[in-house]
Write a protein that binds this ligand. Structure first.
Ligand SMILES: Cc1ncc(COP(=O)(O)O)c(C=O)c1O
Length: 224
């Protein structure tokens, strides 16, 4: 059986084949200029191409448009490297809000013919992200592993279990040990929103997955 995350590599390969793969390059903005790869150029791809706003910003991080276009100050990359190390992961990607992280991550990974199993008490942003995907959405009773075991039997191309680490409303833990067992038996992918566990519990604040010793089995969303 193919590894459950293998489809991501296949899709990335396809995107690269058509030259549609987008990478972020470090850049430094100074007024109407941008420095990329030690070359300083007139910045014509920003939302501030006259450089009117930049001098008024006292912050050292200057952005003139999205990170993909001309706003990838290297401080973001440094922060992402530190966060990846903190989570013992290969890489990380920061989003401006938790809501955006959930929308971005879930709508990128989940497809129409997939099944999403979402805890009843998951944050509204997780539910909205699931709806965006048009996948089959099945809500299991809060932390109820019998209900999850029953609902995960629904036929689908891929299966995702989405849960919070520590639930925002009740402050209780999700049953991550059992969830990882159920996901293993059903070849499902776990997405964990650890907005309330990160930097709070686990070794050195590594979060809920670390607390339960299942970090390597999940795809954690770190809400920054
Ligand atoms: C578990 C969880 N995920 C996501 C969010 C959304 O985060 P943000 O308010 O940064 O958009 C919240 C907000 O409280 C949350 O509790």
């Amino acid at each position: 059986m193919k590894h459950k995350l293998e489809y991501i590599n296949s899709e990335l390969k396809e995107i690269k084949k058509y030259n549609l793969y987008r990478k972020m390059h470090d850049s430094k903005i100074t007024g109407a200029y941008i420095t990329v790869n030690s070359k300083t150029l007139i910045n014509l791809c920003s939302n501030d191409y006259l450089g009117i706003v930049q001098p008024k910003i006292s912050n050292k991080q200057n952005q003139s448009s999205s990170r993909l276009v001309s706003g990838n100050d290297n401080s973001f990359r440094i922060l992402e490297e530190k966060l990846a190390k903190h989570k013992s992961q290969e890489s990380s990607l920061i989003f401006p809000t938790g809501y955006m992280a959930n929308l971005g991550v879930i709508s990128s990974l989940v497809r129409k013919n997939d099944l999403v199993l979402s805890d009843k008490l998951n944050h509204a942003s997780l539910i909205e992200a699931c709806k965006l995907t048009n996948a089959k959405l099945s809500i299991f009773k809060h932390n109820d592993m019998n209900d999850l075991t029953h609902k995960i039997k629904i036929k689908a191309k891929r299966k995702f279990i989405i849960t919070e680490g520590i639930f925002s409303m009740d402050g209780d833990f999700s049953n991550l040990n059992e969830i990882s067992e159920i996901s293993k038996r059903n070849n499902a992918i776990i997405i964990l929103d650890d907005a309330h566990g990160d930097f709070v519990i686990g070794n050195d604040g590594k979060g809920t997955a670390n607390h339960f010793g299942v970090s390597k089995k999940l795809m954690p969303i770190l809400a920054v």
